[in-house]
Design a protein around this ligand. Structure first.
Ligand code: EPU
Length: 415
C-alpha cells in the first residue's frame, strides 16, 4: 500500500489522540494472567493490535474488539508455541514469554520481531526470567523456558529497557515472594501496566520510578482498565501543527507526557496554547532557532519522536544537532528527507540538520514505523505531491491516520 499526499495544505480543526499502542500491546497479553474476564478500553485500532488479537485467539482466548473496547476471556487458554510468522511481526510478542511461563511453567517462542532500527537484543528479559527461577534453553532464534515455579528475586537492568521492565513485572506478579527491580524504565506505559495489574489485585509499588517492588500474589481477578493516550501519536500531530497547522487542536493528550518535545519547541521559539488535555498550534510565521536534542528514556526526549521531529528541525535557521542514544540504526528516514530537499548529514549516531530548507514532493519509502511518520510530516509540508511506499509500517502505529488527517484538511489518499 502507498500514501499519496498533496502537501502545503493548512490543517485546521481537531485531532483526537487514540490510546497508546505501546501500552495496549502490553496490557493485552497481560490480560491472560487474570483469573477472570478483563475489559480494556481505549484500545487503538492499529495493525499490531489485530496481530495480537490473532495470537490470543490462537492460544484459545475468547476476544471481542468493538468501538476500541477489548474484552478478553482466557478460561480456555492452552499453552502452544506461537507460530513464528506471528511472533516476528512485532517486538511485543515477547510479552507472551513471562505470561505463559507464569501461567503454564513452560513457554516456547521464537525471537520477537519489530521495526528494524537496531539489534534489539532480549538479554535483559532473559536475565530477569532466570533471576526469578526460569531455566532458559536457547537455540538459534528459538527459546524454551521452563520453571518449577517462579520465585521473587533481585533484578538490576543494565539499561532501563521498557520491554525488560514489563517482562520482569509480569513474571514477578504471581511469583512467590518479593521481587525488587532496579534501573527500571520510567515510561508512562509502565505506570499504565502497573495500575492495570494492581486493579486485578497485584501488589506493585514504585512504577514510574527506577525501583519497582512487586510482592507476588496467588490470584488476579477480572477488571476494567483504560489505555492512556498515545504520547507518540500526540507528539507527531503536535509537530504536524507546527509544520502546517492553523489553530490545529490536538486533544485527549497528557501534556506532561510530551514535555520534552514541548520544551524543545519552546527553545525553537514555537508558540502554542495548552490546557489540561489539549494543545492548539499554528505554523509559525517567524524565524525558528536551531536546537540540540538527545534521545533518552522517559522523561527524556523520546526516541520514537526523534524521526518525527527531524522535519521540524529543517525549518530552523542554522544547524540543529540530534543524537540518537537508544538505537544504533534509526536514521533510515534521512536519505529520503534529503531527497525531498533537506540538508542533513549523518555522523555516527548524530545528525546535523542545516536549515531552513523547503520540502518538495517525491516518491519515498517508509522503512519503519517512525521513519514513515517522519516522511509523512515532511510530505504534509512539501510543495507538490509525495508518494510514500510501504505504508503498512506507519499503519502499525497510527490509528485512523488517513481519516484523522483528512478531517483537518490534509489531501491524503491510501491506495
Ligand atoms: N536492549 C538491550 N537488551 C534488552 C532490552 C533492550 O540491549 O534486553 C536495548 C535495545 O536494543 C535498545 C534499548 O535497549 O537499544 C531500548 O530498548 P527497550 O527495551 O527500552 O525498547 P523496547 O521495549 O524493545 C519499546 C517500544 C519502542 C520504543 C522503546 C523505547 C514497544 C512495543 N516498543 O521497545 O517503540 O522505541 O520502547 O522507548 O513498546 C515504536 O513504537 O516505534 C517503538 C519502536
Amino acid at each position: 500500500m502507498e500514501l499519496k499526499i498533496k502537501g502545503n495544505k493548512l490543517l485546521t480543526g481537531e485531532i483526537k489522540i487514540s490510546g497508546a499502542k505501546n501500552s495496549a500491546l502490553a496490557l493485552i497479553p497481560i490480560a491472560l494472567l487474570s483469573d477472570g474476564v478483563v475489559t480494556i478500553d481505549n484500545v487503538p485500532e492499529v495493525n499490531d493490535i489485530f496481530v495480537l488479537k490473532e495470537i490470543l485467539e490462537y492460544l484459545g482466548a475468547k476476544v471481542s474488539f468493538d468501538n476500541n473496547v477489548m474484552v478478553i476471556d482466557n478460561k480456555k487458554l492452552v499453552n502452544k508455541e506461537i507460530p513464528e510468522n506471528l511472533s516476528k511481526k512485532m517486538r511485543a510478542s515477547y510479552y507472551f514469554m513471562p505470561v505463559l511461563l507464569s501461567k503454564f511453567k513452560k513457554v516456547e517462542m521464537f525471537f520477537p520481531g519489530g521495526c528494524a532500527i537496531g539489534a534489539r537484543p532480549i538479554d535483559q528479559t532473559l536475565k530477569a526470567l532466570r533471576a526469578l527461577g526460569g531455566v532458559v534453553d536457547e537455540k538459534d532464534n528459538h527459546y524454551c523456558i521452563q520453571t518449577e515455579g517462579l520465585v521473587g528475586g533481585h533484578v538490576y537492568l543494565d539499561m532501563p529497557s521498557v520491554g525488560a521492565t514489563v517482562n520482569t513485572i509480569i513474571a514477578a506478579v504471581k511469583a512467590k515472594g518479593l521481587t525488587i527491580l532496579e534501573n527500571a524504565a520510567k515510561e508512562p506505559e509502565i505506570v499504565n501496566i502497573a495500575t492495570f495489574l494492581n486493579a486485578m489485585g497485584a501488589k506493585i509499588k514504585g512504577a514510574g520510578t527506577s525501583e519497582i517492588r512487586i510482592q507476588g500474589v496467588e490470584k488476579l481477578k477480572g477488571c476494567y482498565t483504560e489505555v492512556i493516550p498515545d504520547r507518540i501519536e500526540a507528539g507527531t500531530y503536535v509537530i504536524a501543527g507546527a509544520l502546517v497547522g492553523e489553530n490545529l487542536k490536538i486533544s485527549n493528550i497528557i501534556p506532561e507526557h510530551i514535555e520534552a518535545l514541548l520544551l524543545k519547541m519552546n527553545e525553537m521559539g514555537i508558540k502554542y496554547n495548552m490546557d489540561d488535555d489539549s494543545i492548539v498550534i499554528s505554523k509559525p510565521d517567524y524565524k525558528l532557532k536551531p536546537v540540540n536534542i538527545k534521545t533518552l528514556g522517559y522523561p527524556g526526549f523520546a526516541t520514537d519522536l526523534q524521526q518525527p521531529v527531524t522535519p521540524l528541525l529543517t525549518m530552523c535557521t542554522g544547524i540543529s544537532k540530534l543524537e540518537e542514544t537508544i538505537y544504533e540504526n534509526r536514521f533510515n528516514n534521512v536519505p529520503f528527507l534529503n531527497q525531498m530537499g533537506s540538508n542533513i548529514e549523518i555522523d555516527g549516531r548524530t545528525i546535523k540538520v542545516k536549515g531552513p530548507t523547503k520540502f518538495k514532493g517525491q516518491v519515498v519509502e517508509a522503512t519503519d514505523l517512525r521513519a514513515g511518520a517522519s516522511l509523512l510530516l515532511a510530505a504534509l509540508s512539501a510543495d507538490g505531491e509525495t508518494t510514500i511506499k510501504n505504508v503498512e509500517h506507519i499503519l502499525r502505529g497510527y490509528d485512523k491516520l488517513v481519516e484523522k488527517l483528512s478531517a483537518v484538511g490534509a489531501d491524503i489518499e491510501l491506495k
